[in-house]
Design a protein around this ligand. Structure first.
Ligand code: PLP
Length: 401
């Protein structure tokens, strides 16, 4: 018997934590322990005949890092193993992933249905850019799957949603919307950033493409921007690959390597952040200065049953309304010492933001009202600090109100 006969040499027999440490690794002739960073824009060929064969696709191998690179491949392969996807392509940012995934699938004359509660940039792409290119879009209240069914048209090619949503942590029923999309011959694209690949598996629920801003939990330490699109070989290796190859929203090999190394610890980090978030949600729910809490796995959540069904844990994002309006929310945030005022999320460092005046300030009062973003709402990305310290920090902040 040799190592090749060991059933554990097949990734199918490995659990997620093992795949996250070893999956996708390709060692060079030097046998390095940690994966190499291939900082090379191009690749060489032994002969002109070899170059011709590689361009014809008759021989495997890299050509140019705009469309493939060994460090990027390792990140894509490890991420595909975690997600249970056949294929993946990484991009320079999360927004590049969203724009690429949408542009790869639609053309002028098509119609897109999306939930109205979307990350700022995603809503911009759907609401402002797609119509400029002749793609009609309809935004719906995603909390009721029926709203997607009502918005479908014969030319609807794609449905796009995020769940939980930013910043009010509303949920969309992925399985129900996938069925509606497929019944109409459309594909479903899910932005899974807030749930993380640890707690929610959109492909298993029927989604066709899953997107991440790798900038968030995948890096998890606030260092690098990145994005990734995952799905079937058919969708990824044809349309998605070609648009990246020809238009160039490609990730740097260095950033892909940062993300690859982030994956080694993502399971531990997300589990600990989620544990902290759960304790913090319980603390905030009972706090006299809080009007309302939003946390998917807290029983006060309006879609608690769906949250339990669709997400195996509540993730690390918590939102809450402070009694006393915007001045109260500002006083509470300004009193914090450990928790940073910033707009990133999924970081080891806990981060708080006031969506109405920062990430969502471009929206007028009517849209903010429709999205349920009140002037006293704060969004908290719970990090890896000691949870007693975080609670003491929040208690001090709220005491300033
Ligand atoms: C951050 C984020 C994006 C955009 O990702 P970038 O890496 O910042 O471009 C898209 N969707 C969601 C839900 C996000 O949180």
């Amino acid at each position: 018997m040799s190592r090749d006969d060991n059933p554990l040499s097949d990734p199918k027999n490995l659990n997620a934590q093992t795949l996250l440490v070893h999956g996708g690794t390709m060692r060079s002739q030097f046998g390095e322990t940690s994966e190499a960073i291939y900082m090379s824009s191009g690749f060489t060929y032994a002969t002109s005949e070899a170059a011709q064969a590689r361009f014809l696709g008759e021989e495997p191998g890299h050509i140019y890092s705009r469309f493939s690179n060994p460090s990027v491949d390792m990140f894509q392969d490890r991420m595909a193993l975690l997600e249970g996807a056949e294929a993946a392509r990484a991009t320079a940012t999360g927004m590049a992933a969203v724009t690429t995934a949408l542009m790869a699938q639609v053309r002028a004359g098509d119609h897109v249905v999306a939930s109205r509660a979307l990350f700022g940039g995603c809503r911009y792409v759907v609401e402002d850019y797609l119509p400029r290119w002749g793609v009609e879009t309809t935004l719906v209240d995603g909390r009721d799957a029926e709203n997607f069914a009502k918005a479908m048209k014969p030319n609807t090619k794609l449905v796009f949603l995020e769940t939980p949503t930013n910043p009010t942590l509303e949920l969309v029923d992925i399985k129900a919307v996938a069925e509606i999309a497929h019944a109409n011959g459309a594909i479903l694209v899910v932005d899974n950033v807030f749930a993380t690949p640890i707690w929610q598996k959109p492909l298993e629920l029927g989604a066709d493409l899953v997107i991440y801003s790798a900038t968030k939990h995948i890096d998890g330490q606030g260092r690098a921007l990145g994005g990734i699109i995952l799905g079937s070989k058919e969708l990824i290796e044809a349309d998605v690959h070609t648009i990246i190859r020809q238009t160039g929203p490609s990730i740097s090999p260095f950033n892909a390597w940062v993300m690859l190394k982030g994956l080694e610890t993502i399971d531990l980090r997300v589990r600990q952040m989620t544990k902290n978030a759960h304790i913090i949600a319980n603390f905030l729910a009972d706090h006299p200065k809080i009007d309302r809490l939003y946390y998917p796995h807290h029983k006060s959540h309006a879609q608690y049953d769906l949250a339990k069904r669709q997400m195996s844990a509540g993730s690390n994002m918590v939102a809450f309304e402070v009694k006393g309006g915007k001045p109260a929310a500002f006083l509470a945030a300004n009193g914090l010492s450990i928790i940073l005022i910033s707009n990133n999320l999924g970081d080891a460092k806990s981060i708080i933001s006031h969506p109405a005046t920062t990430t969502h300030q471009r929206f007028d009062a009517a849209v903010l009202d429709e999205l349920g973003i009140k002037s006293n709402l704060l969004r908290l990305s719970v990090g890896l600090e000691n949870v007693d310290d975080l609670i003491a920090d929040l208690a001090f902040g709220l005491d300033q109100v």
